[in-house]
Design a protein around this ligand. Structure first.
Ligand code: RFL
Length: 406
């Protein structure tokens, strides 16, 4: 199968070897890998470029993910500007406990805000590698996925006309609220897990108040502190699922954060204006298989990991590397093994990260559950981390995503 040239102005359907639905980390990484191999593709995105370049979300990247971006020429800015995180701190029972994973393993995390990564990936795809991308598209639909001539259609925002794009493959990278997952047949299995808790996700215009990530385990509920930049800090507060962010005034947010993150030997947090305040219901799902006919799902479209363990963007990149490389191998050399093994190759890491998130959720939420038994086992888990070298090594491996095989 040879890449075909698009014909944007013929009035008839256009044609690209690959249509990527969604310009998040997954879709843009796939697009960049295809363009590096001179495979044409079209990325369709419902939002504007300005919007996706500013949407605040993730920040923590694992070493293998950064290496994967570097190998594909996508990490120059990241490597120059990212912070390196080498330790985290648990606060519980009024005390603080440092966990230096770099000392234990030699490995660290990179912290690089998702909007900066998305900005880098769009620039490289559209402005450097000459990839086609259409922003602001409406009502995207996928068609004929179980044939070898699938297509994607959308309403052009400028003309109001429905446009059709024929292709060989559709990469469904449109996140948790996209449309491609809904095109799966009833035979696809979607496993869901609801943690029964909410997190108030906050971004504060305030410098970090600690030199590393802090996890506060408190009877009032979990609280998290994560540096995003020297001026901005992400905070989380456990809250009831479905809670209204308006229930959380500036004063209430800071007083709960101060209380839940307090520990002997620590000063008060540096407070600041709250620039993001939204409630996330902690839930996860996994789609199996991640492939239907010519549709290949990647990232949050295929699996959502509640941001408990900061794994979602890493998994999105893992999928994108496998999918981009497999599509290039097929479209340029006719090799099918990458596409055949795609779903299984992704899902092994996905399930491993899901399991770790579930384990960590119990650590974060057990003491505030109101259940004395769960609180007791939570403290046992925490104590074990700081008394058993084997438990500490196992935690570090999962926290960093450094297992030798998945
Ligand atoms: P994205 O980033 O959601 O991108 C999907 C894109 O598709 C567009 N779209 C459509 N386009 C065309 N047609 C449609 N019908 C469309 N519907 C939607 C959307 O506008 C969007 O541009 O999915 P992707 O690429 O799979 O990337 C996933 C990550 O964004 C996500 O997993 C992470 O943000 C999760 N996450 C974290 N992950 C980490 O690895 N480390 C972290 O520290 C971390 N922190 C977080 C997080 C997610 C959070 N929220 C908001 C849920 C912190 C938070 C608060």
């Amino acid at each position: 199968m040879t890449p075909t040239t698009p014909h944007p102005n013929t009035g008839g359907p256009q044609r690209f070897p690959v249509v990527v639905v969604g310009a998040g980390p997954a879709g843009l990484a796939v697009g960049n890998i295809l363009r590096a191999a001179s495979v044409d593709c079209l990325v369709l995105e419902t939002e504007t470029r300005e919007f996706i370049e500013r949407r605040p979300r993730a920040g923590v990247l694992e070493e293998w993910a950064v290496r994967g971006l570097q190998q594909r020429g996508l990490a120059d800015n990241l490597v120059e500007r990212a912070q390196l995180h080498t330790e985290c701190e648990f606060r519980f029972a009024g005390e603080r406990f440092r966990f230096s994973y770099v000392e234990l393993t030699g490995h660290h995390h990179y912290v690089y805000p998702q909007p900066l990564l998305v900005t880098d990936l769009v620039r490289e795809y559209a402005d450097v590698r000459g990839g086609e991308i259409r922003f602001g598209v409406r009502d995207v639909r996928v068609h004929d996925l179980d044939t070898d001539r699938p297509s994607v259609s959308y309403v052009d925002p400028a003309t109001g006309r429905r446009e059709e794009v024929r292709c060989d493959f559709v990469a469904g990278c449109d996140g948790a609220r996209g449309v491609t997952r809904a095109a799966l047949p009833d035979t696809a299995r979607i496993s869901r897990h609801d943690y029964g808790t909410g997190w108030l996700a906050l971004l504060a215009e305030a410098p970090p108040s600690n030199d590393c990530v802090v996890f506060g385990i408190h009877p009032n509920g979990f609280a998290g502190h994560m540096a995003r930049s020297p001026e901005v800090t992400r905070y989380y507060l456990e809250c009831p699922p479905g809670d209204d962010p308006d229930n959380w005034s500036h004063e209430r947010v800071w007083s709960e954060l101060q209380e839940r993150l307090a520990a002997t030997g620590t000063g008060p947090l540096t407070e600041g204006r709250l620039i993001e305040k939204r409630v996330l219901d902690m839930h996860s799902y996994v789609v199996e298989p991640m492939v239907f006919g010519r549709l290949f799902l990647a990232g949050d479209a295929a699996h959502l990991t509640a941001p408990i363990a900061a794994k979602g963007m890493n998994l999105a990149l893992h999928d994108a590397f496998l999918l981009g490389d497999a599509l290039v191998a097929y479209l340029t050399k006719g090799e099918e093994t990458g596409l055949d093994g795609y779903s299984e190759g992704c899902l092994r890491r996905v399930w491993d990260y899901q399991e770790f998130s579930q384990w960590l959720s119990e650590v974060y939420h057990g003491t505030s559950s109101g259940d004395a038994y769960r609180a007791g086992t939570t403290f046992a888990r925490l104590r074990r981390l700081f008394t058993s070298p084997a438990a500490a090594a196992a935690f570090a491996e999962q926290y960093l995503g450094t297992a030798p095989a998945y």
